[in-house]
Design a protein around this ligand. Structure first.
Ligand code: APR
Ligand code: ZN
Length: 230
């Protein structure tokens, strides 16, 4: 029974109609990262940042998981929790909608906001504004619970541990340009894992992948996972 580490990026949600970041017409083509995905940008113009995520929230809510999400969920049900560690860079909840559980959102989630004052995390499916009082401490410092550039991604201790002990490392729909996620494959490989990339095109950290399977993840991933020797 193998330990499997799965890392997903925006590309797995592309066929569900959600924009990626760096493809043509990606999110970073129409918004400057430093304006809407950095702490400095948030402090400078919290309204712009809230508007950006308030616009994204209903779009993500409406999206449905595709065959790639469903294949991971099937695989997870089969292997059960102890054998598969699922990390996503995505803030959408399509893995959960597909039936996956224990999804580690290392860059946060669109359905939460956090108080910069007391760090209380609040579930939200509505628009949030900077001047909304924190229900826990009353201060007006609510931010989307999304990891901005310059902030520490979540679950890093656990992730490090899992990378050292996994037998198979699978990255799906990620360009491999943003660290620390882009470095996960090197760690997994160093500790002896067999590494797979499922992507539309090769990515920057290609060299660390033993297998690169190009094509839309909804077509390439299901047959692979459904037949992977458990
Ligand atoms: N199937 C498989 N791969 C796809 C598909 C698809 N249908 N569509 C696009 N891709 C691939 C693209 O080729 C690209 O390499 O998905 C990748 C998406 O790359 P990015 O847009 O850079 O997204 P990601 O790697 O998740 O970005 C990482 O950067 O801006 C930050 O926090 C943000 O989590 C994000 C991080
Ligand atoms: Zn608070």
């Amino acid at each position: 029974m193998k330990n499997v580490f799965i890392l997903t990026g925006a590309g797995i949600s592309a066929e569900s109609g959600l924009k990626t970041f760096r493809d043509t017409n990606g999110l970073w083509e129409n918004f400057k990262v430093e304006d809407v995905a950095s702490i400095e940008g948030f402090i400078k113009n919290p309204k712009l940042v809230h508007d950006f995520y308030n616009h994204l929230r209903p779009v993500m809510d409406k999206a449905e998981p595709n065959a790639a999400h469903l294949a991971i969920s099937r695989f997870q049900q089969l292997l059960q929790n102890e054998r598969i560690y699922l990390v996503t860079q995505n803030v959408d909840l399509l893995h959960e909608k597909a039936g996956s559980f224990n999804v580690k959102h290392m860059h946060g989630r669109i359905d939460e906001c956090v108080c910069l004052q007391c760090h209380h995390v609040i579930k939200t499916d509505k628009d949030i504004a900077y001047n909304m009082p924190c229900p826990a401490c009353g201060s007006h410092a609510l931010k989307p619970n999304i990891v901005f550039f310059g902030e520490m991604p979540m679950f890093m201790d656990e992730i490090e541990q899992q990378l050292k002990t996994c037998d198979i490392f699978i990255a799906i729909g990620t360009s491999g340009v943003v660290y620390p996620a882009a470095g996960f494959v090197a760690t997994a490989k160093y500790y002896g894992a067999e590494t797979y990339l499922f992507n539309l095109e090769g990515c920057q950290n290609n060299a660390y992948f033993d297998h690169v399977i190009l094509g839309p993840a909804s077509e390439t991933l299901p047959p692979f996972l459904d037949n992977l020797d458990k």
